[in-house]
Design a protein around this ligand. Sequence first.
Ligand code: FMN
Length: 299
Amino acid sequence: MATATHLLGMDLANPVVVGSGLLTDQERNIRRLLHSGAGAVVTKTIHPNPPTGLDERIIRLPTGMINSTTYSKRSVDHWVGILHDLARDGLPVIASLHADSPVELAELATRVEAAGCRALELGISCLNEKDGLDDVPERVYAYTSAARAATRVPFSVKLASGEGLHARALAAARAGADAVTISDTLPAAAVHPETGDLRLGGVFGYSGPGIKPLVLASLWKLRSAGFSLPLMGSGGVQSGRDVHDYLGVGAVAVQVYTALHTDMNLTLTRIVAEATGSGNTDHSCAPVVGADRSGQVRS
Ligand SMILES: Cc1cc2nc3c(=O)[nH]c(=O)nc-3n(C[C@H](O)[C@H](O)[C@H](O)COP(=O)(O)O)c2cc1C
């Protein structure tokens, strides 16, 4: 049975963490997800200079989804205000950060720390930028060490499963990461049945149940090789059983994202109840007091 856990300096009521994505791009959703039982929530990746003009979409497959999204289009100023309010309310929110260079990432981390944010995730492994991502240990080291030099806030470095993962994870550890999150989405393509062209126009990020066995294998191999930093598993979680599978291969916390694109709050509440054995699957009637920065009443 999954119980309370300690992650990135925070005591979480349970190890189910909502991963970064479109659903966590709004303060209102972040508060709702916490109210629905998340142990913590990771924001959509905040970026000082997000790409513009890209065709950012998602397509659903029988085994998950492919998305071509990149980073939050909200400004850093906007996010700093939101993170300040969430921190003021003592909520377990992890700010996901990335930037075009290690220097800019360090500046961003400093600003987010000043807002009172308690934990970070370096969202440095998105493969949906224009030229894709061919990640190497040197790049991971450069971003991680720059963030480490800039902030004392605990952070996890998010990596993608695949070639050279052990070397990339070691680079994150040597550069001062407090934890590693595995996995970001994985490169995938779908073919349009009528035109034969690639849907979304190329290779983009695959998520959902199809990637879970691959990510489980990555965690198991890292642990078997003696990798000692705390690991957060992320990939294809749809049930409490999936959460337990990740804990079983050595994760200290488990992220869920794609599953929440269907009945977000109900799905999260069910997964948390199954994972913790609480049987408490109905938070829907309880009011949440307060308002987010848009002035909307939280409910
Ligand atoms: C639509 C969409 C948007 C995402 N955006 C981000 C992001 O901004 N930053 C990030 O680190 N991961 C992002 N992810 C990756 C998820 O956080 C997660 O790591 C991945 O999808 C695997 O978990 P899942 O199978 O439970 O979705 C995104 C995934 C999807 C499907």
